[in-house]
Design a protein around this ligand. Structure first.
Ligand SMILES: Cc1cc2nc3c(=O)[nH]c(=O)nc-3n(C[C@H](O)[C@H](O)[C@H](O)COP(=O)(O)OP(=O)(O)OC[C@H]3O[C@@H](n4cnc5c(N)ncnc54)[C@H](O)[C@@H]3O)c2cc1C
Length: 510
């Protein structure tokens, strides 16, 4: 579908604002720069990393954690808890030319294993991902592109005098303010707050979607006198010592946090939408191993005396805490597109290939909306596509064609019985297709896909051990892993040499 411009047509350089310096924003910024655009990244945090920049702020700091969770937008971005380790191995989670190598050697040149603060495991903790993203940000030469502590509070189409000009359709007004000030401002004060307004040719939204808690509606929730919080606020198990904790939701976070709590809590109760679906081999093993772990169906009601009544009439008496591990909502409170892009039941749309709103493309785009995709590979492909469309290297289909494609996609999902809220769960074959189809971005290697499938099987087999297993499947995968580690070793050596690091290239030939 992508088409090259005529040879001889010079590529256009645009002034582009990327919002967010998480994995998606960094991937996009690098691609935009490579294409020759002038890039400014506005980031509300004091560092890069997004979700991976752990924030120790806990629920104890919020007077009413549930009310804090319900407020939009939340003021704390990261939902990471202290014990969190990656769900996938580092070999599949690197940028295409900057692998996620265990940093074994310090710049001082001492021996292996001497790099304090780094986590060489294949499934490392969250801090290792943050440090890797920071390395990438430096190696990709983005240090002068990011403006930290800057919260974007409004993005809107620039009024007519700024619009237009030969060959130019639309420009964007981006209003931002000091993030520290923003955190303290009430909505009323916001109008008076000192803001900076800038005009850009294009805006790329990369603000993530794992921060705004999604809360269920359960009878008695409003009158519950004991502690209740969303997993967004969970950091460490200690405040739950000797407690009876009920976790609502059995997804990755619910299971992971349950395991974290089991060592300190008196009882941990998991409530699943469907007990049948939740009873994977991994769940059976967890229940067999931990006498203080219990699985229940949905909660029927919460009683103000501390009883929790489940749909099968089983009652947990005197629960101390209810924790909602019920996921996150897409939230774009700063975006004013005059109704052209909306968030409806967790669908951001309409978006062509989850990336371009047909009526505002290409000057407005999104990186990182899809879920269940291999990252940062997918973000890089989106970034390259956007960069190429903005420069004129690639052309998009017409607005009508893009709209028709979006509508067909919605219809197909509906026919397949997929709820609207799962619009952005991308099917694996579609995910792998994007780069090839639109911007010549290389496919992920087959062995990485095979490895992901093995890890996914291992996860549903045993949630407690999958990260430390060593059965990586076929001979092909094992051979490729060995080669990857050998290549990765080069990159580690290069990091000792800042000039080489700036080039940051490990071209995998696997
Ligand atoms: C608990 C948890 C565990 C996870 N585990 C895994 C895992 O094992 N493997 C995996 O692949 N993924 C995992 N993820 C998903 C992970 O978040 C994504 O992989 C990836 O980090 C998303 O990157 P992003 O850049 O899209 O979003 P983010 O990392 O959220 O970055 C968005 C950035 O935008 C900034 N921002 C937001 N709004 C504004 C604004 N208005 N103005 C300025 N800046 C703004 C934020 O401060 C942030 O830096 C996990 C997520 C969570 C919450």
């Amino acid at each position: 579908m992508a088409a090259c411009v005529d040879v001889g047509n010079p590529l256009v350089s645009r002034k582009v604002c990327v919002i967010g310096a998480g994995m998606a924003g960094l991937a996009a910024a690098r691609e935009l720069r490579r294409e020759g655009h002038a890039v400014t990244v506005l980031e509300q945090g004091g560092d890069v990393g997004g979700q991976w920049l752990y924030d120790p702020w806990t629920d104890d700091d919020a007077e009413d954690p549930l009310a804090a969770a319900a407020a939009e937008p939340v003021r704390v971005h990261s939902s990471m808890y202290a014990s969190l380790r990656l769900l996938g191995p580092r070999e599949v989670m690197g940028f295409s030319d900057f692998q996620f190598v265990p940093a074994r050697k310090s710049r001082g040149g001492a021996g292996a294993g001497d790099n304090p603060g780094r986590d060489p495991r294949r499934f490392p903790g969250h801090r290792e991902v943050y440090l890797y993203l920071r390395d990438f940000y430096r190696a990709a030469g983005l240090t002068d592109a990011v403006r930290f502590n800057t919260r974007v509070v409004r993005v809107a189409m620039a009024p007519p005098p700024c619009r237009g000009g030969p060959g130019d359709a639309l420009k964007w007004l981006v209003r931002s303010m000091d993030a520290g000030l923003w955190k303290q401002c009430t909505d009323d004060q916001m109008a008076e707050a000192q803001c900076v307004e800038e005009v850009f040719d294009a805006v790329v939204v990369a603000t993530g979607h794992y921060s705004q808690p999604k809360l269920p509606s359960i009878q008695g929730m409003g009158d519950w006198k004991r502690r209740q919080l969303h997993s967004h606020w969970y950091r460490v198990p200690d405040p739950f010592r000797d407690e009876v904790v009920v976790l609502v939701g059995c997804g990755d976070s619910g299971m992971d946090i349950a395991l974290d709590l089991l060592a300190v809590a008196r009882e941990v109760h998991l409530s699943a939408k469907s007990v049948e679906a939740a009873m994977t081999p991994a769940m059976s093993k967890m229940l067999a191993r931990h006498a203080n772990l219990h699985l229940h169906p949905q909660i029927e009601r919460l009683c103000d005396d501390g009883r929790v009544v489940f749909a099968d009439d089983v009652v947990v008496f005197a629960a101390d805490t209810i924790m909602y591990c019920t996921g996150y909502s897409y939230s774009l409170p700063f975006l004013d597109t005059e109704g052209k892009v909306t968030v409806d039941d967790n669908r951001v749309g309409p978006l062509f290939e989850h990336t371009f709103p047909p009526s505002l493309a290409p000057s407005l785009s999104f990186v990182g909306i899809p879920r269940k995709v291999m990252v940062p590979w997918f973000f890089e492909a989106q970034g390259r596509w956007i960069a190429g469309v903005l420069s004129g290297r690639w052309t998009l289909p017409s607005e009508e064609e893009m709209m028709r494609s979006v509508e067909e996609f919605y219809r197909a999902r509906e026919l397949a019985g997929v709820p609207k809220a799962y619009t952005h769960d991308v099917e694996p074959h579609k995910m792998y297709e994007l780069g090839e189809k639109y911007c010549d971005f290389p496919r992920t290697e087959d062995w990485k896909r095979e490895l992901m499938a093995i890890v996914s099987r291992n996860t549903s087999d045993d949630m407690e051990t999958f990260r430390d297993r060593d059965d990586d499947g076929s001979d092909h995968v094992r051979r490729c892993l060995q080669e990857w580690h050998a290549l990765a070793e080069h990159q580690t050596q290069d990091e000792e040499d800042p000039a080489a690091a700036a080039q940051a290239t490990v071209h995998s030939s696997l």
